[in-house]
Design a protein around this ligand. Structure first.
Ligand code: B12
Length: 370
């Protein structure tokens, strides 16, 4: 981390913004460098840079700096800032309560500060107790190091301690611990932070391992199932409120987890949505739109093969055209989409875009720039 920390000039170059902009973001919105070594200027850590990257992307898409800074802070939660109560859960899960009671992450001490050993202690399944020693469960001790047992190393290079803990548990196929760790992070930090800090790095790591080896699909399935369960368990708004948001994966598209994260993040904000899940054929989507009259439809495509602009075009041309028809996921090619269809590039961006339609009292973003 120390070596990766950047000076203001280097951080500005990497982000493609002026140093004065960085200063403004620091002074007005508290998005400054957090690493301090005696006798040196403060430096931007990897986490500082992740926050600033969210800030840069959202402001570039027309969001006000104040609102973008709010998302940037939530996307990567700092040690000393609690999540706003509107984004946390009123009732902590059992896992969260247990962790606060027993673990090194007592109330007020967020999981970001945990080291590898601490992350291991949270596992129920006899996980590693020291970063340098093999775990009892046979999983790798540090997802970045070669392991001695039988499981893969599945955390991406960007993974922090919490993500590495999840990756270790996943490598042992220890679903109970994966769920436990994820539940705790979601309960303590909210869905957006959990997605960016823990879930995404683990998924990316799993994908990298699969791409390199064509193996470990069993790990991918354990992780996917646990992520879906934990996101699905985030309390939904009470029934009765009109549901104006429709989420679906494109025809033949099996990847749905980002949409599940979006549904959970919206639920935290009190916004109900309807999820059609994986592999939704065009006719089924048309019918769902006709029957439910959503104001916003988000269609996810993870792969080029499933991204058919025609599936979105039908909604725009149909008799029940929603206010917002958005494409989401790396499968889409912006150049092939109608101008009126924004491509949502991140979870915070998707939440904000959908909220702008679901709750018109909130400030609008100029979606043409997304
Ligand atoms: C979990 C997973 C699965 C699970 C999905 C379970 C589920 N319910 O979703 C299962 C096991 C079903 C699966 C199946 C397959 N998978 Co798969 N899978 C993954 C994995 C590990 C995570 C997917 C995911 O959720 N990604 C979401 C985030 C973590 O990644 P991302 O999309 O790149 O994130 C970017 C943006 O989308 C954005 N973003 C992130 N989060 C959010 C949230 C919102 C709301 C928005 C708007 C944006 C956004 O930010 C990121 C940076 O730009 C990926 C690896 C990966 N890196 O994604 C492979 C991956 C997507 N799968 C892959 C493949 C090949 C397959 C299969 C074809 C395998 C097979 N041979 O059967 C099948 C697909 C079948 C089909 N027809 O769809 C490849 C795709 C290659 C390609 N480019 O086309 C990947 C990349 C793995 C790899 N490296 O090879 N998979």
């Amino acid at each position: 981390m120390v070596d990766e920390a950047l000076t203001a000039g280097a951080a500005a170059r990497r982000l493609g913004v002026a140093v004065t902009t960085l200063r403004t973001w620091h002074q007005r919105y508290g998005l400054g460098p957090s690493q301090h070594s005696p006798g040196r200027h403060r430096r931007y850590t990897v986490e500082d840079m992740q926050r600033l990257e969210v800030m840069r992307r959202l402001t570039a898409r027309g969001m006000t700096p104040a609102e973008a800074a709010g998302w940037a802070r939530r996307a990567v939660v700092p040690m000393d800032v609690a999540m706003p109560s509107s984004l946390g859960h009123a009732a902590p899960t059992d896992a969260a309560a247990r962790q606060r009671r027993d673990g090194p992450t007592a109330a007020g001490q967020p999981s970001r500060g945990r080291d590898l050993a601490d992350a291991g202690k949270l596992s129920r399944g006899g996980g590693p107790t020291d970063a340098g020693k093999p775990g009892r469960g046979g999983g790798p001790t540090d997802a970045r190091e070669p392991r001695r047992g039988g499981g893969p190393t599945v955390a991406s290079a960007r993974a922090g301690p919490a993500a590495r803990g999840v990756a270790r548990a996943a490598a042992r196929l220890d679903a109970a611990s994966v769920r436990d760790l994820l539940e705790t992070h979601v309960a303590d930090h909210g869905v957006v932070a959990a997605w960016h800090e823990v879930i995404m790095p683990v998924l990316v790591g799993v994908g990298e391992r699969y791409a390199a080896t064509q193996r470990f699909i069993e790990v991918e399935h354990v992780v996917s199932r646990c992520v879906a369960e934990v996101l699905g368990a985030v309390p939904r708004p009470s029934p009765g409120a009109p549901t104006r948001i429709l989420l679906a994966a494109a025809d033949e598209e099996q990847h749905t987890l980002p949409l599940e994260a979006l549904a959970a993040a919206l639920a935290e904000l009190g916004v109900p949505c309807r999820s059609l899940g994986a592999r939704v054929p065009p006719q089924a989507l048309d019918d769902a739109v006709a029957r439910t009259g959503p104001t916003a439809v988000v269609l996810w495509s993870q792969q080029r093969q499933t991204a058919d602009p025609g599936q979105l075009g039908r909604l725009l041309d149909g008799p029940h055209r929603p206010l917002l028809v958005a494409a989401a996921g790396p499968g889409w090619d912006r150049a092939e989409l109608p101008d009126t269809v924004p491509v949502l590039g991140s979870l915070p961006e998707a939440v904000t875009a959908v909220m702008a339609v679901a709750d018109p009292a909130r400030p609008r973003i100029d979606l043409r720039w997304c």
